[in-house]
Ligand binder design. Structure first.
Ligand code: SAH
Length: 504
């Protein structure tokens, strides 16, 4: 908003901050689902496939692989269908070289129509439904109760992928990615979980204890995915769980500047195991989509201006939740240790004897620099990099900024929370000796879909930003290294059509 950049900044004109209370937030619920993924148990059940179109042989293999006893009815089976029983599925498939009849469907849990002819297909589907089977008709989505997706098989771990028929090749590519991501050893780990489940449940009656055990188990599997688990692993995991402290803890977690793909794996793990997540306004909403579904989420809004929760209230809430045994994630934008008041929160935890850890995040400056493709320390342009705040405790320009350092032509300066004081800050830096023509820019909403950049010389940046009237979190960067970025962009401009640079 243009008014975020007032021409004159004086403490007397600063608005009173209205305190606000931490507020429990609800996840917005599910977006509409194109299809409901469910997994059908067919082991030992009866399945029927009739017809012999191109997809038939593969479907027979799938049904048999899922443990079904498959009766296949085809007057003219393909070579591949004849080959199926001998090749893959030892005795589970019986091929009947004749037409199907309704009596053949009795007791079938699953039925697949594989006819070229629509009428025959519809007739079979009707009979199969009447017999109580779940029905699929190959290449005829309008006749199907269920459809087959692409599969990643680490049984008992199974991943199904659907594009609802919209983009099968896309689905296959997603499948290939997931294949590459899931070590083949997961098969053995998930099988071990199945085998040990009863013993673990008998040992740990409390839900929280059981969950803690299975989290340790999963950590171990992810740490050594290719090693087959053995009985000694179970014993070691039980020993570790029995000695682990039962109390809660706090993790200060960096959410990054917005783009969820910039979350670290550790941050993801923390979000996945949190009981409660206390987050700031600046945390992008899509980050919370990565949280454990059952986690409580609370907005403890702290913005640069506007209503804020008191830091003492946040500290007290964090400590009391952890004391009651919860795993608390204090989720902060960017990196928690950069202008995040993390020091106060860490102290509050330590004073209360609560275990506290920090998971770093990508700070706004790094997100913005990466999005711009600019080196903040280019050796021809900068000897030093400094991050300064544009706000003091009251939201005014800090009196004690090092102005000589800000005027240094060999430094790249990044200003966090610059909005209210940008004009005054740059005017003072220029008065202290920063050349007014020094390259400068503001990045709004760095790494988010609405990222926008305003560039100017340092002496003119405040005017340009005011004229642009943009909204959202913003950081300012000043220094000759940014001039190199403008050059790089000029080169890009020649090399690429305008559309290719959109969003830069
Ligand atoms: N811990 C955060 C900084 C919190 S202070 C970090 O490491 O990035 C809040 C300030 O961060 C905002 O006023 C703004 O200056 C900056 N900021 C946070 N996210 C931003 C984003 N996506 N784009 C631009 N600036 C951002």
């Amino acid at each position: 908003m243009a008014s975020d950049f007032p021409r004159l900044v004086s403490k007397a004109h600063l608005p009173m901050r209205t305190p606000r209370a931490p507020r429990e937030t609800r996840s917005p619920g599910l977006e509409p689902l194109a299809v409901l993924p469910v997994f059908v148990t067919l082991d030992g059940k009866r399945a029927v496939l009739a017809g012999a179109n191109g997809g038939a042989a593969w479907k027979v293999k799938l049904l048999a692989a899922a443990g079904a006893h498959v009766d296949v009815f085809a007057t003219e089976p393909t070579e591949e269908m004849r080959g199926t029983p001998a090749e893959a599925v030892a005795g589970r498939v019986v091929l009947h070289e004749r037409d199907w009849s309704p009596a053949d469907l009795e007791g079938a849990a699953f039925a697949i129509a594989a006819f070229e002819d629509e009428g025959e297909c519809a007739c079979f589907v009707g009979a199969a439904r009447a017999a109580g089977a779940i029905v699929n008709a190959i290449d005829r989505p309008h006749l199907c109760d269920v459809s087959f997706g692409a599969i990643v098989n680490r049984s008992p771990l199974v991943v199904g992928i659907s594009t609802e028929g919209a983009a099968p090749v896309f689905g296959q590519t997603v499948r290939a990615r997931i294949e590459a991501m899931l070590p083949s050893g997961f098969k053995a780990w998930v099988a071990a979980a199945r085998d040990w489940r009863a013993e673990v449940s008998a040992r740990y009656h409390a839900f929280a204890e059981r969950r803690a055990f299975w989290e340790r188990f999963t950590d171990r599997a992810f740490a050594e995915p290719e090693r087959a688990p053995v009985r000694a692993d179970l014993d070691a995991l039980i020993a570790a769980s029995d000695t682990a402290p039962a109390g809660g803890n706090v993790a200060l977690v960096g959410a990054g500047p917005g783009d969820a793909e910039l979350l670290t794996l550790k941050a993801l793990r923390a979000l996945r195991s949190a009981d409660v997540i206390l987050y700031d306004d600046l945390v992008a909403p899509e980050i919370l989509d990565y949280a454990r579904r059952e986690a409580r989420t609370m907005l403890v809004g702290k913005t640069g201006h506007g209503p804020s929760c008191r830091q003492d209230d946040i500290n007290a809430l964090m400590v009391s939740l952890a004391r009651s045994g919860k795993r608390v994630v204090r989720l902060k934008s960017g990196d928690p240790l950069v202008f995040g008041r993390a020091g106060e929160e860490i102290d509050a935890c330590r004073d209360a004897g609560i275990p506290v850890t920090v998971v770093p995040g990508v700070t706004a400056a790094q997100g913005a620099a990466a999005a711009l493709g600019v080196s903040l320390t280019h050796r021809d342009a900068a000897r030093r990099l400094q991050y300064v705040t544009g706000h003091d405790r009251r939201g005014a320009l800090p009196d004690d900024l090092n102005w000589a350092a800000l005027a240094d032509p060999t430094v790249t300066t990044v200003v966090y929370m610059p909005k209210r004081t940008l004009r005054a800050l740059l005017a003072r830096a220029v008065a202290e000796g920063l050349p007014a023509a020094t390259p400068a820019l503001v990045v709004f909403n760095a790494t988010r879909p609405d990222q926008a950049v305003v560039r100017a010389e340092a002496g003119d940046l405040a005017n340009r930003v005011e004229a642009a009237g943009l909204e959202g979190p913003a950081i300012v960067m000043v220094g000759n290294a940014l001039g190199r970025e403008a050059q790089a962009e000029a080169i890009l401009a020649e090399a690429l059509p305008a559309a290719g640079r959109a969003g830069l």
